[in-house]
Design a protein around this ligand. Sequence first.
Ligand SMILES: Nc1ncnc2c1ncn2[C@@H]1O[C@H](COP(=O)(O)OP(=O)(O)OP(=O)(O)O)[C@@H](O)[C@H]1O
Ligand SMILES: [Mg+2]
Length: 232
Amino acid sequence: MSSPPPLVVDQVWKTYRSEAEELAVLRGTSLRLGAGESAAVTGASGSGKSTLLNLIGGLDQVDSGSILVGGVDVATLPERALAAFRRRLGLVFQFHHLLRDFTASENVQLPLLIGGAHRHAAGTRAAELIAAVGLTPHASRYPHQLSGGERQRVAIARALAAHPEVVLADEPTGNLDERNAGEVGDMLFGLAEQRGVTLLVVTHDRSLAARAQLHLHLEHGQLHVAGERSPP
Ligand SMILES: Nc1ncnc2c1ncn2[C@@H]1O[C@H](COP(=O)(O)OP(=O)(O)OP(=O)(O)O)[C@@H](O)[C@H]1O
Ligand SMILES: [Mg+2]
């Protein structure tokens, strides 16, 4: 039997309600990504890109429709299973969200240790990933001792630590200058490709979007194909 696609978003609706107004942000959004595929989502500020990632990441709940990650319906997961699910999903944000009292290596190890990995295995895995993002000489540095681009590279290593099937990135280069943005983009797409990880990246950066196999544009609550290129 073939395994289920890593990511299926089917007819998702999401409305934010306050006393003053109702804002229908996602209106039947659909998306399907196979193993190792990459997609970039662009769209105007406020179009619902982060909302979509938060729903996929199990940080918020859909009003209707479904989101399947590795064949599992995120909405049906009980709290404990949801916590484990989130640990296995790789997340990269605009701001690195590294823990400042931990070294680069420790930041990469943490999701593994929390997930129950042995210290030695977590250390080995972190060393491998820190090397993959070219930061071996800086493995023992704290986040404040790293440049913005280096921090983002640690965040990528951390996102890949728990062998995720899917990595979600929300404006991963949004806080970087052009050169660093290019390097971080190369690393994110390169490592995902190399390791067969499915990658969904939200970005305002056109050159980053151009690296993805599929370029989607979010408008009026729906995703439209803006560009496609054949897999490498
Ligand atoms: N928790 C919330 N409660 C109410 N409204 C929200 C909430 N989160 C987001 N919104 C609104 O929903 C819309 C979509 O927000 P979202 O953060 O998904 O946009 P975005 O496409 O990621 O924008 P940006 O490119 O600026 O990051 C915005 O109008 C925002 O104000
Ligand atoms: Mg956003």
